[in-house]
Design a binder for this molecule. Structure first.
Ligand code: AHR
Length: 614
C-alpha cells in the first residue's frame, strides 16, 4: 500500500488522548500498585478473621474486637503465649499470595500493646525454604495502657521466589502465660518518588513507561458499592491510615483504602497524569439507587469532596486538606459523574441524577469539564447540557474491535461535545469464549485505537481497562499488566506494549491520508507535531505481511532516515511472566518525503513510523 500523507489541513488531536484507568480490582491496589505488602493489617472488610496470619513458635492468635487501635481500625491481633514458653515466638503474615522480597530497603511500622520490654525481631523468610532474607532487631518498650508505635527499616537480600512471609518475633519467656496485641503492621519496599504510604516504585515506573496522559479513578465498579452505604467514600480514604476504616470493595475483597484520594492525586502529580475523578452518582451495584430529593446529601458530599480538593485553606475542607500536608489546592480538570449508569437498572434515573450533580458542580466550578458516565442518549438528559462529554465502554472480541474501527467517523460533532472511551479491552474470542492475552487481540485493539486517533477531534480521552492484576488473585481477565510476589514478575501484555507505542508517538494534528487501497487488513493514521515530526501508525490485522510506502509530499526539511518501531507475533503469541516475546523492535528506514519510505508491516503486526526534521 502507498499512503500519501497530506501536509495541509487536518484536525486538532486531543493532547490527552491516551491515558490510564484505575480501580482496585484483581488486587491491583492492595497487593498491587500500593506499596504496603502485608495483608489484613487492619482487619478490614466483611470477614477479616486471621486471613494471612499464622502463629510462630506455638502462640495462639485471635482477632480481638475488644482491643481496637482507633474507631476506624476496630480490631487487633491478640498473640497469646503459652505458659512455660522460653523461645522466640510471634506471628507471621503471608502478604498477598506471598511477600515480594527483593534486594533493597524495607520500611516497617507496627503498633504493639501489652507489657513488654526487650527485643522484637522483624524478618523476611522463605515460607517453605526457611531461608532468612532479612532479620532486624528493634528494642521495644510497651505497656498495656496504650498503643506503642514502632517504625524502623532494614535491608533484605534477594529471594528467589515469592513464597515468603514477614514475621515478628519476641522473647516468649517475657510474655509466657499472657498476651501481646499488634495492629496495623505495615511493610513497604522502595516507593515511587520516595513517598510515604506511596505506590511501589517498580510498578510506578512500569506504568509511567506507558506515557499516558491522564488517570481515571477510583472506578469502575469499585466506586459504586454493593449498596449506597458501602460505596467508595472519599472522606474515609484521607488522613492517617489509622483513621481509614476500609471497606468491602466491589470486587469481593477488602480494600484498606491506604491508596486513598490524596495518594491517587500524588500518583497523578508524580507521573504527570491529569486526574479524571469519578464521583458517586447514586447508583450502587446491588440495585440500591438513590434519586430525587434523597440525592441531596450525596450532592452535598460531592461538593465537600471538591472543597477538600480545590478550596482555599480558609474553608472547612480546604483546611482539612492543609492539615494533611497539602495546603495548595489540587487541580481537577475532569469529573465523571458515576460509572456505567446505563446498566444495573440505572438508566431510567440517570438523567435526573446526572442533572442534580451537574447543576451543583457546574455552578460552583464552571471550568471543570463534566463527563456523563454513559453515551446512551436514552439515559441522558435531553438536551445534554452544552459542553458535557460522555463516556463509552467497550469489552469486545477481536473482530468486533476491527468492525468498530469507524465507530466515530460519522458520529455527530457538536461544539463543546467530546467522547471519553473510559474502558475498552478484548475480553472474549470471536467464538465467545474467555479471551486470554494474545497478540491478535491486541492488534485488533490497535485497529480500534487508530480509529480513535483518526477521530481525536471528538474522542478526547481513551483508556484500556482494567490496568493491573495480581496474577493468581484476579477475577477479571485480561488486564493490561500483571504481577505476582515473585521477583521481576511485572509483565506487560501485548496490549501494554501497544498502549506504550501509541502514547509515545502523538501528533497535535491528525493528517488526511490518501491511499491506493481500502482499509482492511491494513489500518492507518497519520499525525504531525508543530515541531515538524510526522507519525504514521499502521496496524495489519491480517495473516500476511504487507509492504507499506509512506509518502509526505511537500514536507520539507525531513531527514532521509526515519525511525520504525514494529511489534508483531503469531496470532496466538502471548507474553507471560518471565517470557515476554511480543514487544516493539526498533529499526530505521531510509527514503524521502517525496519518494517515500518503504517497510513491511508483518502479519498481526503494528508499525509506528516517525520522520523527524533533518
Ligand atoms: O473494568 C472492569 C469493569 O468493567 C469496571 O469496573 C466496570 O466499569 C466495567 O463494567
Amino acid at each position: 500500500a502507498t499512503l500519501n500523507v497530506s501536509t495541509t489541513g487536518g484536525n486538532a488531536s486531543s493532547p490527552l488522548l491516551y491515558g490510564l484507568m484505575f480501580e482496585d480490582i484483581n488486587n491491583s491496589g492492595d497487593g498491587g500498585i500500593h506499596g504496603q505488602l502485608l495483608k489484613n493489617n487492619g482487619f478490614q472488610g466483611d470477614t477479616p478473621g486471621l486471613t494471612a496470619y499464622a502463629s510462630v513458635g506455638g502462640t495462639s492468635l485471635s482477632q480481638d474486637a475488644t482491643v481496637n487501635l482507633t474507631t476506624a481500625i476496630q480490631s487487633s491481633l491478640e498473640v497469646f503465649v503459652p505458659s512455660n514458653t522460653t523461645a522466640s515466638v510471634g506471628f507471621s503474615n503471608s502478604g498477598y499470595a506471598g511477600v515480594p522480597v527483593n534486594a533493597g530497603t524495607y520500611a516497617n511500622y507496627f503498633y504493639i500493646k501489652g507489657n513488654y520490654s526487650g527485643t522484637v525481631t522483624l524478618q523476611l523468610v522463605g515460607s517453605t525454604s526457611g531461608t532468612v532474607f532479612a532479620s532486624h532487631d528493634v528494642t521495644v518498650s510497651s505497656t498495656s495502657a496504650a498503643w506503642t508505635y514502632v517504625e524502623t527499616s532494614f535491608t533484605a537480600s534477594q529471594s528467589p521466589d515469592g513464597d515468603n512471609v514477614w514475621q515478628l518475633l519476641f522473647d516468649g519467656s517475657k510474655v509466657a502465660g499472657s498476651s501481646l496485641w499488634f495492629d496495623l503492621v505495615q511493610l513497604f519496599p522502595e516507593t515511587y518518588h520516595g513517598r510515604f504510604n506511596g505506590i511501589r516504585n517498580d510498578v510506578g515506573e512500569f506504568l509511567e513507561a506507558i506515557g499516558g496522559s491522564f488517570l481515571r479513578f477510583p472506578g469502575g465498579n469499585n466506586l459504586e458499592g454493593g449498596s449506597p452505604s458501602t460505596r467508595w467514600k472519599w472522606n474515609e480514604t484521607i488522613g492517617p491510615v489509622e483513621n481509614r476504616p476500609g471497606r468491602q470493595g466491589d470486587w469481593n475483597y477488602p480494600n484498606t483504602d491506604a491508596l486513598g484520594l490524596m495518594e491517587y492525586l500524588q500518583w497523578c502529580d508524580d507521573m504527570s497524569l491529569t486526574p479524571v475523578l469519578a464521583i458517586w452518582s447514586g447508583l450502587s451495584l446491588g440495585g440500591g439507587i438513590i434519586s430525587g430529593t434523597a440525592l441531596t446529601p450525596y450532592v452535598d458530599d460531592a461538593l465537600n469532596e471538591l472543597e477538600f480538593l480545590l478550596g482555599s485553606t480558609s474553608t472547612t475542607y480546604g483546611a482539612l486538606r492543609a492539615s494533611y500536608g497539602h495546603p495548595a489546592p489540587y487541580t481537577i480538570p475532569y469529573i465523571e459523574i458515576g460509572n456505567e449508569d446505563n446498566v444495573y437498572s440505572g438508566c431510567s434515573t440517570y438523567a435526573s441524577r446526572f442533572t442534580a450533580f451537574y447543576n451543583a458542580i457546574h455552578a460552583a466550578y464552571p471550568s471543570i469539564q463534566i463527563i456523563a458516565s454513559t453515551s446512551d442518549a436514552s439515559c441522558l438528559p435531553s438536551p445534554l447540557p452544552s459542553g458535557v462529554w460522555t463516556d463509552i465502554h467497550h469489552y469486545e472480541s477481536p473482530s468486533s474491535f476491527v468492525s468498530l474501527f469507524n465507530e466515530f467517523d460519522n458520529y455527530p460533532r457538536t461544539t463543546g461535545y467530546g467522547i471519553f472511551v473510559g474502558e475498552y479491552a478484548n475480553t472474549k474470542t470471536d467464538s465467545g469464549t474467555q479471551l486470554v492475552w494474545s497478540n491478535a487481540s491486541a492488534i485488533s485493539e490497535a485497529v480500534y485505537m487508530i480509529g480513535l486517533e483518526r477521530n481525536s477531534d471528538l474522542v478526547k480521552l481513551a483508556s484500556y481497562a482494567p490496568l493491573l492484576e495480581h496474577f493468581g488473585l484476579a477475577t477479571w481477565s485480561p488486564d493490561l499488566v500483571g504481577l505476582s510476589s515473585a521477583p521481576n514478575s511485572l509483565t506487560g501484555s501485548v496490549s501494554y506494549y501497544i498502549q506504550k507505542l501509541f502514547s509515545s508517538a502523538r501528533g497535535d494534528t491528525i493528517r488526511a491520508v490518501s491511499a491506493d487501497v481500502d482499509f482492511g487488513p491494513l489500518y492507518w493514521v497519520a499525525s504531525s507535531t508543530a515541531g515538524g515530526e510526522w507519525f504514521v501508525k499502521v496496524a495489519n490485522y491480517g495473516t500476511g505481511a504487507q509492504s507499506v510506502t509512506v509518502r509526505i509530499p511537500g514536507a520539507g526539511g525531513l531527514g532521509g532516515t526515519a525511525a520504525l518501531l514494529v511489534l508483531s507475533g503469531s496470532e496466538g503469541a502471548s507474553n507471560g511472566p518471565g517470557d515476554v516475546e511480543v514487544l516493539p523492535v526498533g529499526s530505521t528506514v531510509v527514503g524521502s518525503a517525496e519518494a517515500g519510505w518503504t517497510f513491511d508491516v508483518p502479519a498481526y503486526g503494528v508499525a509506528v513510523f516517525t520522520a523527524s526534521p533533518a
